[in-house]
Design a protein around this ligand. Structure first.
Ligand SMILES: Nc1nc2c(ncn2[C@@H]2O[C@H](COP(=O)(O)OP(=O)(O)OP(=O)(O)O)[C@@H](O)[C@H]2O)c(=O)[nH]1
Ligand SMILES: [Mg+2]
Length: 455
């Protein structure tokens, strides 16, 4: 893929701020800067990476703004090409006019993620590092940030490269036995091949096992609050959030739609979902809400089943096996919560094992938070290691693992080495895709389209 045209974009978010940054990257970036910038010196004479004060003029020679401009010469720039950064005043109109001046002087408006895409295409980073840039921007917890930083430094990429090197060495060995069949692979040699293949396979499997943690780091643990109407679901969401996000009222069926908010619980991002209360009657609108509740329950990592301890036990509690509610021990994905512990308990709940809380007084909430974290840990969802793959990596690694499995079966069945080589070659390709070695344009499009413009 040849990259030659020069791109420009506003790299700071839209809106007013102290400064806005306009970036120009490509062959003509510095020439464009020369055309629009007026200062003590021409940008083409600037020392790389040093900021200079000056003014930006429009194509009509109208003064737009006083700016700081720096030139970053290839290859020592973010994109690996000549890159110009213009810091102007942070008004929406000012930055738009500076960008327009760059476009009129010969640049093209950049697509989302195009600066990082160029960094990848120019070999400044591998694909996992480029993806880490998005993770870094989107990180909402310290742990997610640390994971993204380490991926940006190349930890995942290094692991993949190591796996590829091992596979290449193994493949070379097998190919040698194809080319020189007279030097038959001895049985103990076959045994050693299998061991090497197994070790590659295990490392791939270990990386695959971080997929759930990766999802949690990037998206959060899905926790769904559900139960009868008026049980206090919305009150619980507000309590855990720390502010009145959802309408709470003593009318049954207040919440009609699922409402999602993210909370940070001891460094673990939690996507809390408040749902429409379950009850038999109700309008069509409410039934639609209940149908949505049931759908979100299927996708939940953890369910908080909440009931009003002051009210009789609802029908749906009785229709399920009692053992399911014995402190939830038989269902690790569900915590049963009895709310309104400030009110007297209805006889239906006598000796009933559940966590008792009050959203009114806050009693029992720390216990609930501890229990939520314990269940997350139990399910191995709590991210511990900093390397955590995303869904694209998972897809590639699954294919690599399947190919390894086929190669192993071929070895075991004593098939001719060509078969083993074909499978191993496929594993190698799938591993290469993770770091972007296989230049499939489709992959690049799907990765870089997630970025914002100007990154
Ligand atoms: N005394 C007492 N009242 C509570 C407590 N938690 C919630 N409530 C009250 O119970 C009523 C229902 O609360 P909500 O949070 O709206 O209940 P919900 O489960 O979201 O109800 P729906 O959206 O209708 O399904 C409100 O009047 C709350 O003020 C509590 O711990 N103690
Ligand atoms: Mg509600």
């Amino acid at each position: 893929m040849m990259v030659s045209d020069t791109i420009a974009a506003i790299s700071t978010p839209p809106g007013e701020g102290a400064i806005a940054l306009v970036r120009v990257s490509g062959e003509n970036a510095i020439q464009i800067a020369d055309k629009i910038f007026c200062g003590k010196e021409l940008p083409s004479r600037f020392v790389s990476h040093v900021q200079h004060l000056g003014e930006i003029f429009s194509a009509e020679k109208q003064l737009i703004d006083q700016v700081m401009l720096s030139v970053h010469r290839a290859p020592a720039s973010y994109t690996g090409e000549d890159l110009v950064e213009i810091s102007c005043h942070g008004g929406t109109l000012v930055s738009a006019k500076v960008l327009e001046a760059c476009l009129r002087a010969g640049a093209r408006a950049a697509r989302p993620g195009e600066f990082t895409e160029r960094a990848f295409l120019n070999g400044k980073m591998d694909l996992t590092q480029a993806e880490a840039v998005i993770d870094l921007i989107r990180a909402r917890t310290d742990l997610a940030l640390r994971s993204a930083t380490e991926q940006l430094e190349g930890r995942l990429g290094d692991q993949i490269r190591k796996l590829r090197d091992e596979s290449i060495a193994l493949l070379a060995h097998i190919n040698a036995s194809i080319d020189f069949p007279e030097e038959d692979i001895a049985p103990d040699e076959g045994e050693r091949l299998r061991a090497r293949l197994d070790s590659i396979r295990e490392e791939i499997a270990a990386l695959l096992a971080t997929a759930d943690q990766g999802r949690v780091l990037r998206e959060g643990v899905r926790v769904v609050i559900y139960g009868a109407t008026n049980a206090g679901k919305s009150s619980l969401l507000n309590r855990l959030l720390g502010y009145e996000r959802v309408i709470v009222s003593d009318t049954h069926g207040t919440t009609r739609d699922a409402i999602e908010e993210t909370v940070n619980l001891a460094g673990v991002p939690i996507r809390l979902l408040d749902t429409a209360g379950l009850r038999a009657s109700g309008s069509e609108l409410e039934r639609e809400g209940i149908a949505r509740t049931e759908k979100s329950l299927q996708l939940a990592d953890l369910r908080l089943h909440i009931a009003d301890r002051n009210a009789p036990r609802p029908e749906h509690f009785n229709s399920r096996k009692r053992s399911e509610f014995n402190g939830g021990s038989s269902d690790p994905n569900e915590i049963v919560v009895l709310n309104k512990s400030d009110l007297p308990e209805n006889n239906d709940w006598k000796d009933f094992q559940a966590l008792r809380i009050s959203c009114l007084t806050g009693e029992g909430l720390p216990n609930l938070q501890t229990e939520i974290l314990a269940r997350i840990r139990q399910q191995n969802l709590r991210p511990e290691s900093a390397v955590a793959i995303n869904t694209r990596h998972r897809d590639c690694l699954r294919r690599a693992l399947e190919s390894c499995d086929r190669a192993r079966a071929a070895l075991r069945e004593g098939l001719s080495p060509e078969y083993v080589a074909v499978d191993l070659d496929q594993a190698l390709r799938a591993l290469g895709e993770v770091i972007g070695l296989t230049d499939v344009e489709q992959i690049l499009d799907s990765v870089f389209s997630q970025f914002c413009i100007g990154k």
